[in-house]
Design a protein around this ligand. Structure first.
Ligand code: NAD
Length: 371
């Protein structure tokens, strides 16, 4: 067995603590299990408002550092998402390092559930990229701290239709703010990523007679969409220069960066992906300076969280979750108008609203465990 150099180990752990300090995390748990092949990281960012609820992402990260960075950013985003949406939840997230198409197994999922259980309810997991509600069923065998179970087990099922509906509401609000009307008819919209959310979003946009372009890195995903909808296909890497009204990132994060923003020829960015801005401050400002209205990701993609939160509260109803998600329209309009009035970025306006609620909760000292 190769033993790591103590200096190297010390540097790595110092990096982790420095990153946690920088982003203000409460707790990070590294999980390893040789028998199942599990390598995972659970990050609890903030529990001022309640337990940290956030999905688990399974992705073949190139390095542990990349996985750590992702989980730290994602969990912080969950804190903002819950706070701005008015939910009594904290922010947390987990990543499993591996290819979900090849490395996922019952063994690995049940072992991961045991690690979630060790946190005693401080972190509640759910699905994210690379996970399904069937996977939540396996995790449930090891812990009650999981939401997004299949409907036949009394759960809320796949959250993606609710997320897509929220993104659609946020997109309409951004259209109202930018074009003077919330109608998306004839608007040229590019949806990047034809996964669970992207496909449901496309269905909503088709109903409204938008002109739709889609991209994905997997041919089978493109085929699933083109088989049911009359949409155009764009090149996954070279679409950024396309003239379009709305760019909707629904794949992974970081697609708004130094290389892509100068190429963008759209008026609005509104999509489901978490952490769309590679550098929050720099890139939100750059979008503003170029006259591109950015609908903050954590604000408009909160539908899935609203959905699993209703399951967590009990007496789940999809209609009620959809109704609550509809409010994303008003909330987005409020934030975009406030940002325009104050000359600040839309991201700053959304974060300000969330932070005010977090400060209030910290003073109230709400316990994360409701029991
Ligand atoms: P998914 O895994 O079902 O779909 C993602 C799709 O993006 C896949 O088809 C994948 O092939 C594609 N993709 C990956 N990289 C790409 C690239 N460079 N270019 C084009 N396509 C690419 O995931 P999902 O559940 O649809 O979630 C999409 C995004 O929305 C993720 O960032 C997720 O974190 C976020 N989100 C999802 C939910 C939810 O309810 N599912 C809720 C909130 C946020």
């Amino acid at each position: 067995m190769a033993i790591k150099d103590p200096i190297e180990l010390e540097t790595t752990s110092r990096d982790v603590l420095q990153s946690m300090e920088m982003m203000d995390h409460e707790e990070v748990l590294f999980c390893h299990d040789k028998a199942s092949g599990l390598r995972a990281i659970i990050a609890v960012h903030n529990t001022a408002l309640g337990p940290a609820l956030g999905g688990t992402r399974m992705w073949p990260y190139a390095s542990e550092q990349e996985a750590l960075w992702d989980v730290l950013r994602l969990s912080r985003g969950m804190t903002y998402k819950a706070a701005v949406s008015g939910l009594n939840l904290g922010g947390g997230k987990a990543v499993i390092i591996g290819d979900s198409r090849r490395h996922k197994s019952e063994h690995l999922l049940r072992r991961f559930g045991q690690f979630v259980n060790d946190l005693g309810g401080k972190y509640i997991t759910a699905e994210d990229v690379g996970m399904t509600s069937r996977d939540m069923e396996y995790i449930r065998m090891s812990t009650p701290h999981v939401s997004g179970l299949p409907a036949h087990l009394g759960g809320s099922g796949n959250p993606s239709p609710v997320t897509a509906f929220g993104v659609y509401m946020g997109m309409k609000a951004a259209a109202k703010h930018t074009f003077g009307s919330d109608s998306l008819e004839n608007k040229k919209i590019l949806v990047q990523g034809c996964g669970s959310v992207g496909q449901h979003l496309v269905a909503l946009l088709v109903k409204e007679n938008a002109r739709i372009w889609v991209t994905d890195i997997f041919e089978d995903k493109i085929k699933e969409v083109t088989a049911t909808h009359n949409v155009h296909v764009a090149d996954a890497d070279n679409f950024y220069d396309m003239e379009m009204d709305i760019y909707s990132p629904c794949a992974l994060g970081g697609t708004l960066n130094d290389a892509t923003i100068p190429r963008l020829r759209c008026r609005v960015v509104a999509g489901a992906a978490n952490n769309q801005l590679l550098d929050e401050d720099v890139h939100s400002r750059e979008l503003m300076e170029r006259g591109i209205v950015y609908a903050p990701d954590f604000l408009i993609n909160a539908g899935g969280l609203i959905n699993v939160y209703s399951e967590y509260l009990g007496n789940y109803s999809r209609e009620a979750a959809m109704e609550q998600t509809r409010h994303i329209y008003d909330l987005t309009l409020e934030i975009l108008q406030k940002a325009a009035a104050n000359g600040q970025t839309t991201l700053a306006a959304a974060k300000q609203k969330a932070e005010a609620r977090l400060r209030m909760a910290a003073q109230l000292k709400i316990p994360f465990n409701r029991d």
